[in-house]
Write a protein that binds this ligand. Structure first.
Ligand code: ADP
Ligand code: ASP
Ligand code: MG
Length: 438
């Protein structure tokens, strides 16, 4: 018997009308046995996600402010859904419990996780599925990292006992019994963990777009939708800002080779995007699969004559970053220069210390930090087979009159990364897209 795990994002569960649509989708296919909901998202663009409202409540409590009004807005979201669906379900006791626990300092992650928890309770009631609390099946280790083995084992055992179940996304529990969430957008990870535990045939990830598009639709006007993409390509794109799917969500399903299908809740008939382990069986004729990018990077450039013959130079530079707990993104280098590209937010509080330490450790001729860099990843499994792709990328960028500040090509030849000034970001994305798609 085929088994599908279905995850619905916040916009797919933002109001009663969407709940009805979600129920219709689940009931349309018997294989859709395990459902992972997010917290109610935005109903319109100026709306606020319940998760953000919960974070705000947490901050207010920290500042000793009264949360009655803020919390009642959250309660209204859930009560509105329940009453519009005509459910005879009284969630007031749960809401009261959550509010009290928050007031008794149950933590920031606990607060945020209640968005999914409460939505999961309502969805389970509405569609008649069992509710399996994520705190009983998703585990973190003492050091805060995800406990993959324990989770897989315990979730598998638990879900065997349920024909159908709703498992709220985004959170799990630590060994000392506190609730912990994944990073933002983490319900995608929960869906993937559930898919692996039940050995699903397919992980359907339902959202508000008809699949993964070749570029961010908020930057380019209606980019083409990608029909199939590999796990590796997806990881490059989602890490670089294509936020449709959390960039860590492929790891659990990757082990088992379970494909992910990104689908649109509002247009269920659209095929969406298939994310698959390998693509040779799904070959397409495009050289480029997708483009993604992000602003907010800085480059630290170190110059020193004869750097290349100084054994251990690179290691000493990177040790300084490690001491300051900064992870780096790229390391473009020349004979006498070495640059380290990092997220600006990682160095904001340690700039002076970092520069001083680098000065003392490697005694460079010059050292500088330049902010305001945007990185763009051009990703495609077709690039390995095609000569001249890099030249086309660079020509397109220079024809758009944009100056390239950095270039890095991944050793797998799956991606080319270019750095440009933040002000040129949108223009560069468009130029590359037009070169390969139009
Ligand atoms: P959900 O709430 O369902 O988890 P998200 O907001 O996390 O949905 O992800 C879907 C959104 O991702 C889309 O509405 C779109 O604005 C954005 N997005 C960014 N890059 C892309 C891309 N390459 N293709 C499609 N959508 C993208
Ligand atoms: N509700 C959480 C968030 O807004 C998790 C998720 O939606 O995946 O980040
Ligand atoms: Mg999401």
């Amino acid at each position: 018997m085929e088994v599908k795990v279905v995850k619905f994002g916040g916009s797919s569960l933002a109001d009663a009308e969407h709940f009805r649509q979600v129920a219709k989708i689940i009931k349309a296919d018997d294989a859709r046995k395990f459902v992972v909901p997010s917290a109610p998202g935005k109903r319109f663009s100026a709306d606020i996600k319940v998760t953000d409202m919960l974070y705000k409540c947490y901050e207010m409590i920290k500042n000793n402010e009264n949360i009655d009004e803020q919390f009642s807005k959250i309660a209204d979201r859930y009560n509105g859904i329940i009453s519009e669906l005509g459910l005879s379900f009284d969630i007031s006791g749960e809401l009261e419990y959550v509010k009290n626990a928050m007031l008794h300092h149950s933590g920031r992650d606990y607060a945020a996780s209640r968005g999914e928890y409460l939505n999961g309770l309502i969805l389970a009631k509405y569609i008649g599925f069992d509710f399996v609390d994520a705190e009983n099946v998703i585990f973190f280790k003492e050091d805060g990292t995800f406990d993959e083995d324990k989770t897989n084992r315990e979730m598998r055992d638990e879900l065997k006992r349920h024909r159908h179940a709703v498992i709220p996304g985004f959170y799990g529990i630590t060994p000392n019994g506190t609730i912990k969430t994944f990073s933002r957008g983490g319900s995608d990870i929960t869906g993937s963990i559930v898919a692996r535990a039940v050995d699903a045939d397919l992980y359907e990830n339902w959202t508000d777009v008809s699949g993964f598009m070749m570029a961010d639709p908020r930057i380019l006007d209606t980019p083409c939708t990608i029909d199939t993409i590999t796990y590796s390509e997806l990881r490059e794109l989602s890490y670089m800002g294509a936020t449709v799917l959390h960039d860590e969500a492929i790891f659990p399903v990757r082990y088992a080779g379970i494909p992910i299908n990104i689908k649109n809740t509002n247009r269920p008939e659209d095929p969406g995007t298939m994310i698959v382990p390998h693509a040779h069986t799904y070959d397409h004729d495009r050289i480029i699969t997708g483009i993604a990018g992000r602003k907010g990077y800085s480059v630290i450039t170190i110059e020193k004559d004869m750097m290349n013959s100084e054994i251990g130079f690179g290691r000493r530079v990177l040790e300084v970053f490690e001491e300051n707990e900064i992870s780096f993104e790229h390391l473009p280098s020349g004979v006498d220069t070495m640059s380290v590209v990092v997220e600006t937010k990682q160095i904001d509080d340690v700039r002076d210390r970092l520069l001083n330490r680098l000065q003392r450790t490697v005694r460079p001729d010059t050292i500088s930090i330049e902010d305001g860099l945007a990185l763009i990843a051009v990703v495609g499994r077709g690039m390995v087979k095609t000569k001249g792709t890099a030249a086309r990328v660079f020509d397109a960028i220079s024809d758009a009159d944009v100056n390239i500040k950095m270039i890095d090509q991944g050793s797998s030849e799956l991606n080319i990364i270019v750095g440009v000034e933040e002000g040129d970001f949108e223009r560069t994305m468009k130029a590359i897209y037009d070169e390969f798609v139009k």
